[in-house]
Write a protein that binds this ligand. Structure first.
Ligand code: KIV
Length: 247
């Protein structure tokens, strides 16, 4: 299994880090077979797996169940468990919840924004963290790009430097200008993982359902699709229905 040190070396040596979200054993097995560097059990599970409107709707229990399933499917992969909305607001509770995710099979926990005391408390317990800056879907009021203005860009840059000082396994940068993704990636030691943050981050993460095109909905502007599971799935179900009807 790759380690935090490996990800830092990859950054140093200019080797891009691939990250994909997965939520169950079957797709985690595929991602491990494809040698994806990190698997993220994202709270996007709320949307893509549970059909909710917002990521903030998912519970700690649900993320633990998904993480556990991913661990069973990909026992040799570095797995990041996403801390659900509200699960990190107070340091003591944050540590308890981070421990639950580690027990469920996560190698590290990802936290949106900068709840500094909670982040410190988790790292003091020896638990590896992944930061998440830029667009923060748990609390965002819209899904527009952030960090366009000088002041907002500077704030995100400063937050990245504070997170960097905690030596996270990596920092996700979501939906920010390419120039800011590049500036942060060059200024800090931690590997940066972009999603809509340009080509100059140290790695890339995308949601599995977008990569595989598993739904008929509009894709985010930064998503890229490598297959059409929606079409293949609908066709296969139609063929199955016809086969049943013909009997
Ligand atoms: O939950 C998720 O899928 C994420 C990615 C968008 C980074 O946090």
């Amino acid at each position: 299994m790759l380690s935090k040190e490996d990800f830092y070396s990859m950054k140093k040596n200019g080797k891009a880090i691939s990250v994909v979200t997965v939520y169950d054993a079957a797709f985690a097995r595929m991602a491990e077979e494809a040698k994806i560097d990190m698997l993220l059990v994202g709270d996007s599970a709320a949307n893509v797996m549970l059909g909710m409107d917002r990521t903030a709707g998912i519970s700690m229990e649900a993320i633990c169940i998904f993480t556990n399933a991913v661990k069973r499917g990909a026992p040799n992969s570095y797995i990041i468990g996403d801390m659900p909305f509200g699960s990190d607001s107070e340091p003591k509770v944050a540590v308890q919840n981070a421990k639950r995710l580690i027990e469920a099979g996560a190698s590290a926990v990802k936290i949106e924004g900068l709840p500094l005391e909670s982040l410190k408390a988790i790292t003091e317990e020896g638990i590896e963290i992944v930061g998440h800056l830029g667009l923060l879907p748990q609390t965002a009021t819209n899904f527009k790009q952030v960090g366009k203005g000088e002041e907002e860009a500077e704030k995100i840059f400063e937050q990245a430097k504070i997170l960097d000082s905690l030596k996270p396994c990596s920092i996700v940068l979501e939906h920010i200008p390419d120039s800011l993704g590049k500036k942060i990636s060059q200024a800090i030691n931690s590997p940066t993982i972009g999603i809509g943050a340009g080509k100059q981050t140290d790695g890339q993460v995308l949601v599995m359902h977008d990569i595989l095109r598993m739904h008929p909905f509009k894709l985010p502007p930064f998503a890229k699709t490598f297959a059409n599971f929606w079409e293949a799935g609908v066709n296969a179900f139609c063929d199955y229905k016809n086969w049943v009807n013909e009997k």
